[in-house]
Design a protein around this ligand. Structure first.
Ligand code: AHG
Ligand code: MN
Ligand code: MN
Length: 346
């Protein structure tokens, strides 16, 4: 037998177990919980990879050749996430973008210490055109005692772990448990997520900005001014535009190559489109852990207190240079606003 261990991949399970040792008193519960997510991710990825074939083999609602009823992928992803997390004794409550209400699994079990909120399939409209989609998740601890319905409404800084799965040209899982950001690529040959991107750091300045520019005219002035500055080279370089329309894919590029991703407030949608608890919060936690920042245009995303599980928030997330420049634009806009107010007749 060879003594060279370098050819042995570090799987996500090994990595989590290693991380867990840093927490005194941590049991294997947490790695068992996360293995629910990796199992679901592998099942969703298998379906995503067959999405085109399924369309050929039968329309939505039809019986396919295996005798199964065809399902929309986001419905399937939701069921798979709910089922694989539902059997984990450490989870008290799950909440999904696809369900109006959270599901309380274990109201008073003392072992059930965690709450998991997720978007089972992010960017689902991209499925039909063979473009990358993802799954996002956010994990918080619940207070001890009997679970009360509002216990789930906690700010993002209380997340103990968060991340996403990206079903792209390869399938990747990226997570943080508060000790850096780590990326794992699914090796289809062995069916395991193996460590491919250890301790990801977001470059302090990137070259891409990412925003749906069709909303330009409806954005607040500081966003328009900022985008003008990115395009015209005011921040040390002329930025190039990239927009996929799947937040996970757009954020993944921003995490690895730097730059900025924006989902702005608009006149018709003053809180933007993205959901605070299972889209913005995981992304904000990852960005901060990788050396970047995330705000709603005014304050740190992780400080926002949700009123409901499906609350929306504007999001601007990126490297330090891009976020500092945005903050300058915001201050200028505020100054301009107040000087206009001062000039206004009483
Ligand atoms: P979902 O598919 O979970 O509803 O999420 C959709 C999202 C998000 O992934 C993306 O950033 C955004 O919608 C794109 O919205 P626009 O089409 O308005 O740009
Ligand atoms: Mn989504
Ligand atoms: Mn979704």
């Amino acid at each position: 037998m060879s003594s060279d261990r370098s050819e042995y991949p570090v799987t996500v399970q090994q990595h989590i177990l290693r991380e867990q040792k840093r927490f005194p008193g941590a049991s294997g519960e947490f790695s068992w919980l996360l293995s629910g997510i990796t199992l679901a991710a592998k099942m969703i990825e298998a379906k995503v990879r067959r999405a085109g074939l399924n369309n050929i083999l039968g329309a939505q609602g039809d019986i396919n050749v295996q005798g199964e009823v065809q399902q929309k992928l986001d419905v399937y992803a939701n069921r798979v996430m709910s089922d694989s997390l539902g059997v984990r004794d450490s989870i008290a409550v799950i909440a999904s973008e696809e369900n109006e209400q959270p599901t309380v699994l274990r109201r008073q079990s003392p072992q059930a210490r965690y709450i998991v909120v997720f978007d089972p399939l992010d960017g689902s409209s991209n499925i039909d055109v063979n473009v990358s989609v993802g799954t996002t998740f956010s994990i918080i601890k619940r207070p001890q005692g009997v679970y009360c319905d509002n216990d789930i409404l906690r700010p993002g800084y209380e997340q103990v772990a968060a991340g996403y799965v990206l079903y792209g040209s390869s399938t990747m899982l990226v997570y943080t448990a508060g000790n850096g950001v780590h990326g794992f690529t699914l090796d289809p040959g062995i069916g395991a997520f193996v460590l491919s991107h250890e301790d990801i750091r977001m470059p302090t300045q990137g070259k891409y900005y990412s925003v749906n520019e069709s909303h330009y005219a409806d954005m607040p002035p500081e966003f328009r001014k900022y985008i003008d500055g990115l395009r015209s080279g005011q921040y040390g370089r002329k930025y190039v535009s990239r927009y996929i329309g799947s937040m996970v894919a757009d954020f993944h590029r921003t995490l690895l190559t730097g730059g900025v991703f924006i989902y702005p407030p608009t006149k018709s949608h003053p809180s933007g489109k993205l959901r605070l608890m299972y889209e913005a919060n995981p992304v904000a936690f990852l960005a901060e852990q990788a050396g970047g920042k995330a705000t709603n245009g005014q304050e740190r995303v992780l400080n926002l207190m949700p009123d409901g599980i499906h609350d929306r928030t504007p999001l601007i997330v990126g490297g330090l240079t891009e976020m500092t420049e945005f903050e300058k634009c915001r201050r200028d806009a505020l100054r301009q606003d107040s000087s206009e107010l001062n000039r206004a007749p009483i």
